[in-house]
Design a protein around this ligand. Sequence first.
Ligand code: MTE
Length: 320
Amino acid sequence: MLTRRLKGWEIPESEATPEALFEGRRAWLKAALGGMALTSPLSIALTSPARAEAAASGYPAKANGRFALDRPISAERLVESYNNFYEFGFEKTVAGAAQALKPDPWTIKIDGLVEREQTLSFDDLLKKMTLEERLYRHRCVETWSMAVPWTGFPVKALVDLARPLSGAKYLRMETFTDTSIAPEEGDPLYPWPYVEGLTMAEANNDLAFIATGIYGKPLPKQNGAPIRLVVPWKYGFKSAKSLVKFSFVADRPVGFWEALQSSEYGFWANVNPAVPHPRWSQARETPLGSLIPRSTLIWNGYGEFVADIYKGLEGERLFA
Ligand code: MTE
């Protein structure tokens, strides 16, 4: 008889977590949110229809076992209710506001220094890609962290599809802009749209990933539906959400945070516990749902994959 083993995140919270620990998580989240109301009922409501949709579209994808974790996977409920998505607000509780996002239909442009510019629908892009699942750590510059099963495809597959010209040195990625659904994008004090960039060597690295799903289903809106970057050796702000444009360019793109405050947020933003943020230490991190900080690892523990990229670049601000 064939039986399917439940994956970690498929175990109901009630079975997986003793009540006292669950209450501990609530307390931790309350502290982290400065006493703001929790949104767990909302995230539960969001999860079920998403699962139905997932079954119809071929999720969950086959797991790529090459990317192992050194820690438990974060609770799905927390990952989908504790978010940074500044287009929808500057609190962690933006999941409700992010429901205004309309990820279907979604158009993606591939332009700049490429053999041929392309505009294609998200669905057509997906048809050209083979989806896989990877378990990655994620380290936010604010010192919280999570461990997540992402579904998607390597950035390299998108680079191959784009066929960049030799003059292309960087991949610039841009988030949607639509003030009718994301009012914060109307705030002139911020350098909208949200932009991030990678060097071509980074984009072609095995670890650089484009996520279209999470926990075996398509991305929830608050996590960057329908398509986002995931670069786990860098601080989380590099992993731009809800992307509409991939441009191959000669000059280094200036990211949203770098444009806002370059003394605190740079282009490279590689994780390093020994290099503090100007206003706080980066030595430790607190996993979502935990009360106990743990040591942060250089390159967020991914040195075997990425350290070589940076040989000869020691003069750069690699860790800010
Ligand atoms: N992408 C966009 N477009 N807007 C954002 O505000 N926040 C970044 C990154 N990508 C952000 C974004 C930051 S600071 C982090 S830590 C991660 O998204 C958070 O991803 P999550 O909400 O899925 O955990």
